[in-house]
Write a protein that binds this ligand. Structure first.
Ligand code: DGY
Length: 321
């Protein structure tokens, strides 16, 4: 019997494929930091039985229409806005993502970014390395308190819950907004359900955790930033498309809000000359929410398990429904 062909659109260490070496014919884009050329990707989509993709590959109608044998797309992310899931479903192709395994790690990073932004950690480090530390001063690099403040989490999924648990440790008041109420989170963590408007007007930290969909695209615009406290700190570790970046820039520039911590951007990688990156009150990271060795390894392993399940005619572990 012919072995199924798996196309892996980014360099992944060989050791992850060892359990499948007798079962699969693995083809790979052998660059770690460079996105696969579109024409190379499409060529492989034509013959692959399974695709292992990352969030940089657009698996849209054009790509899906090329597929002749494709049974499963395993996306190395919890977000899947890079894939036309509805169209894949119409074609009988299973799409999977990597929930759960990255929740705690992404919450760690989100909290680290929140703290770094509030306490101006990156600015302070640059200050000392630039030799600017001439003396102690009462308000030198003073930031904002975190403990006992109000955090508003927009999108209470698994990562949102993990952020809320961390916030509880800082004695914060926790507000959340979500499509549906989460009674378990309210009881166990003490988070309070809030309307979107109330959340953005009363929170000291507005943390955006909602996935990018047609409904959430540009959810944070000038009007939303104006409603926030002038001392508010905006954190985004979900997807850049949820925010209108020009409006965020203006809000930060005019001090409608105090600062922003951003791990995600509308266009990634963001250009180093982008206006947002020129602001002192922006702490920026290159989309590293789930980037630890442990978690990325679990995500890769889960993708491969999902592929294996589908190719064997079994149910995938984490399908996108
Ligand atoms: C995700 O999982 O969606 C992250 O953004 C990539 O790790």
């Amino acid at each position: 019997m012919m072995k199924p062909t798996i196309y892996v659109s980014r360099k992944i260490p060989n050791e992850f494929f060892e359990p499948y070496q007798n079962d699969w014919n693995v083809e790979m884009w052998h660059e770690e930091t460079q996105v696969v050329d579109r024409d190379v990707f499409l060529k492989h989509v034509q013959k692959a039985d399974a695709l292992f993709t990352t969030l940089t590959e657009r698996v849209d109608r054009e790509a899906l229409d090329q597929a002749k044998n494709l049974k499963v797309i395993a996306n190395l992310a919890v977000g899947y806005d890079n894939i036309d899931v509805e169209y894949a479903k119409e074609k009988g192709i299973v799409v999977t993502n990597t929930p759960d395994v990255l929740s705690e790690t992404t919450a760690d990073l989100t909290f680290a970014l929140l703290m770094a932004t509030a306490r101006r950690i990156v600015e302070a480090e640059q200050f000392i390395k630039d030799g600017k530390w001439t003396n102690w001063a009462p308000f030198l690099l003073a930031g904002a308190d975190i403990h006992h403040k109000t955090i508003g989490i927009v999108g209470m999924g698994r990562i949102g819950e993990a952020i809320a648990r961390r916030a509880r440790g800082f004695d914060m008041k926790i507000l959340y907004h979500n499509r549906s109420r989460k009674e378990k989170v309210e009881q166990e963590i003490g988070a309070l359900y809030s309307s979107f408007d109330e959340l953005i007007t009363t929170s000291d930290f507005v943390v955006c955790m909602t996935p990018l969909t047609e409904d959430t695209e540009n959810m944070f615009q000038a009007e939303e930033f104006k409603k926030m406290k002038s001392s508010a700190i905006f954190i985004n570790t979900s997807r850049g498309g949820v925010v209108n970046e020009e409006d965020l820039y203006n809000a930060l520039k005019k001090k409608d809000i105090q600062a922003a911590g951003l791990d995600v951007f509308q266009n990634e990688p963001i250009d180093e000359h982008h206006p947002l990156l020129q602001l002192e009150n922006v702490t920026a990271l290159p989309h590293i929410g789930s980037a630890t060795y442990e978690t990325r390894s679990k995500m890769i392993t889960l993708c491969l398990h999902n592929i294996n399940q589908v190719l064997k005619g079994n149910k995938p572990i984490t399908p996108i429904l």
